[in-house]
Design a protein around this ligand. Structure first.
Ligand code: ZN
Length: 425
């Protein structure tokens, strides 16, 4: 009897909490991101930060809910970006970066996180930040102190001495070294363990040279296959996925063999590696917008002349390989390298993905359910279905017809809380 009373009281308490925090988004067109179809005139009922039901307008019986009129806007799952650097600024490149402390980078991160969220991106993987500033940024966002997307932080990027993930700008006397530098299988394992210890939720490492680093060659593999295998094995053992920065063909092939979860950039991926990627289900996260920023505004932002030369070679090639990857049926993530270009413009990449071979539905799928699969978060994000987190955005035009609609988002909700609502009420 006592137990029955207790149960009834708990239920009452639960019901009270639920009705106090129930929202109805009424009269929108709901985009089914998985199928690429539109459910016309639908409502979404949200309870305690999660989607309770999606149904025809007026059928969800949501008495007591706070109602927000969607006025025929198109509703989508919150977008996600698999490759950002929230603590970086697009106007601080090259030698200017030496003037930025970790604390200063974290402050930029606060501003950039808000810009990203307001642009409709409710989840991001932050693939590299100095001094674990992204872990702290995540903590500040999760505690409600500052607005921002859900962050999967990588902490310090791991790389070889003198590689793309090192800092190569200063002469020897300054002993300037990147925080994630490690050489040898055991040193690499130690770095993975250290990253995990300080809050990394994904491991990022550099498997080839890069565009923006000094003195590295895009085609050159960084880390031996033995080191890559040790890194991936250690990360997976600790429950962390691995994202590899890789432009050159050899580094990409080795990283696939080592068992990474996503190839970032994948610029010069061969047909053979594409086949291997399709077979293993590895995601390709190809940032095909950023080249226009680097070649257009990079020089004024301090990007080194050698980097501009490298980008001229790699940018166009990457778009062609993106097209080949789409044709081959590779799993495509939506990753942009925001931070190299200006935060909040992430959605500009959609039009490039469509121009280079994807349908708008496929591009949207990459930024929603596709990334959710890569992140291991399909129970929480990626589609507008009952049980998932209420991460919902809206635009006034149909993005399946014109994907550039996503460049100007009119409504943003994350975990059931509204951050942007520019829809006429
Ligand atoms: Zn990056």
């Amino acid at each position: 009897m006592l137990r029955a009373l207790f149960t009834a009281a708990s239920l009452l308490a639960l019901c009270a909490a639920a009705s106090a925090d129930t929202t109805l988004l009424s009269g929108g067109h709901v985009i089914d991101a998985e199928r690429g179809t539109v459910l016309k005139d639908h409502d979404i009922l949200i309870e305690d930060g999660r989607i309770k039901a999606v149904g025809r307008a007026g059928t969800l019986g949501a008495s007591g809910a706070t109602s927000i009129a969607m006025n025929g806007a198109f509703l989508l799952p919150g977008l996600s970006d698999s490759h950002v650097h929230l603590t970086s600024r697009s106007d601080i490149h090259g030698y200017r970066r030496l003037t930025v402390s970790t604390a200063r980078a974290a402050i930029s991160g606060v501003a950039n996180a808000e810009k990203t969220l307001r642009a409709g991106f409710t989840t991001v993987r932050n693939l590299g930040a100095p001094g674990f500033a992204d872990v702290d940024l995540k903590s500040a966002i999760d505690s409600g102190e500052v607005p921002g997307p859900r962050i999967i932080p990588a902490g310090q990027s791991i790389g070889i001495t003198g590689g793309h993930c090192d800092s190569n700008l200063m002469p020897y006397e300054f002993r300037e070294t990147g925080g994630g530098v490690a050489d040898g299988p055991w040193a690499v394992r130690q770095k993975v363990r250290e990253n995990k210890k300080f809050g990394a939720e994904v491991i990022k490492f550099c498997g080839t040279g890069g565009v923006l680093s000094k003195g590295t060659s895009i085609g050159a593999q960084q880390f031996t296959l033995e080191e890559m295998k040790a890194l991936v094995e250690e990360a997976h053992e600790l429950g962390l996925k691995v994202a590899v920065h890789a432009h050159g063909a050899k580094g990409i092939a080795s990283a696939i063999e080592a068992g990474v979860d996503s190839i970032e950039h994948a610029s010069l991926i061969t047909d053979e590696s594409l086949k291997a990627a399709v077979k293993t289900g590895i995601f390709l996260s190809m940032d095909i917008y950023v080249s226009d920023f680097i070649l257009g505004e990079g020089e004024a932002a301090g990007i080194l002349p050698e980097s501009l030369e490298k980008e001229k070679i790699v940018g166009k090639a990457q778009r062609e390989r993106f097209q080949a990857a789409v044709k081959a049926g590779a799993r495509m993530a939506f990753g942009t390298d925001a931070g190299v270009y200006t935060h909040g413009m992430n959605a500009r990449q959609f039009a490039y993905m469509v121009q280079w071979g994807m349908t708008p539905a496929d591009a949207i799928r990459a930024a929603t359910i596709g990334n959710a699969e890569l992140f291991g978060l399909t129970n929480d994000i990626g589609s507008l279905s009952a049980g998932k987190r209420a991460d919902i955005i809206a635009v006034t035009g149909n993005p399946l017809t014109d994907v550039r609609e996503l460049e100007d988002v009119d409504f943003v909700m994350k975990d059931g809380a509204v951050f942007v609502n520019e829809l006429a009420q």
